[in-house]
Design a protein around this ligand. Structure first.
Ligand SMILES: C[S@@+](CC[C@H](N)C(=O)[O-])C[C@H]1O[C@@H](n2cnc3c(N)ncnc32)[C@H](O)[C@@H]1O
Length: 261
């Protein structure tokens, strides 16, 4: 599929909202596009993959999955934003780390690991376990590797994923974490299939996304997700929604489980 090869990594323009681009309503844009071009090819594509090509908004790639436009990937030039000193206070990342620690696990994975903002402290708290940090940008994995070396950690492994495959060991992973990255997966259906295969039965996916229902969360629309949208997409991959925790100020923490048996 051509779109799998068409991933672009634009210069970082930030995730915070900036005015007019937010007026785009992905659903209405999609409806307009569908109305304009009801070609049998587009409809066949929707039936088989769930993907539809439509107009690109400023923050999106012009590919829609289940009515949601997929956002651009945040380029590695945004690494500083991920490590901004105000992040812990803004997002209460300390609470998320406490939650992850409570889940335990021997092999855990952070997909869209970026600079390792979560992977490193998570690894420090894992008793005898290891963190697989997956990213599609080698530059992010380089940053991760130098931070891991600086801190002398031996239980974090970088994994160069593909846009349609997290390249994780099958049936071995206890917990998969995805923070602020799923909305930019250009092949979400294939990524979720890979995650489902990587999890052991009973293993959990912790999906963290800025709350799309809340206009007060100051993040670009395509960088947020509603709970309903996320649950629909993940359950299509065969994972069961367990609960959505709302202990963070701006983000949903959605927990899914791979059924046993
Ligand atoms: C906004 S950053 C978030 C990084 C990190 N999770 C955090 O919260 O600090 C999103 C990351 O997801 C990565 N990414 C995008 N698509 C991906 C894919 N299909 N597989 C793995 N990583 C991906 C990007 O390269 C980027 O490093």
């Amino acid at each position: 599929m051509a779109f799998l090869l068409a991933l672009t990594l634009p210069a970082f323009t930030g995730c915070t909202s900036s005015g007019s681009s937010e007026s785009h309503d992905a659903l209405s844009v999609l409806s307009a596009a569908m109305a304009e071009s009801r070609s049998s090819a587009a409809l066949a594509s929707l039936e088989t993959t769930g993907y539809v090509d439509g107009p690109s908004t400023i923050d999106g790639i012009g590919r829609y999955y289940r009515g949601r436009e997929i956002s651009h990937v945040m380029g590695h030039l945004g690494a500083g934003w991920l490590e901004r000193p105000t992040r812990e206070q803004e997002e209460r990342t300390d609470l998320l780390l406490d939650f992850l620690t409570g889940l335990g696990g021997t092999t855990v994975a952070d997909i869209g690991v970026g600079t390792g903002y979560f992977a490193l402290p998570w690894a420090r708290r894992l008793d005898g376990g290891r963190v697989l940090g997956v990213d599609i940008q080698p530059e992010m994995l380089d940053i991760l590797a130098s931070r891991v070396a600086e801190e002398g950690l031996t239980n974090v492994e970088g994994v160069l994923g593909r846009i349609d495959d997290p390249r994780l060991p099958q049936g071995e992973v206890d917990v998969v974490l995805i923070v602020d990255a799923y909305h930019e997966f250009s092949a979400p259906r294939e990524m979720l299939a890979g995650i489902e295969q990587a999890l052991r039965p009973g293993g959990r996916l912790v999906l963290v996304e800025y709350r799309g229902e809340d206009p007060l969360v100051p993040i670009k629309e395509l960088h947020k997700m509603t709970e309903e949208q996320a649950i629909t997409e993940v359950e299509l991959a065969g994972l069961e929604w367990v609960v959505t925790e709302d202990f963070l100020p701006q983000q949903h923490v959605m927990i899914f489980e791979k059924p046993v048996g």
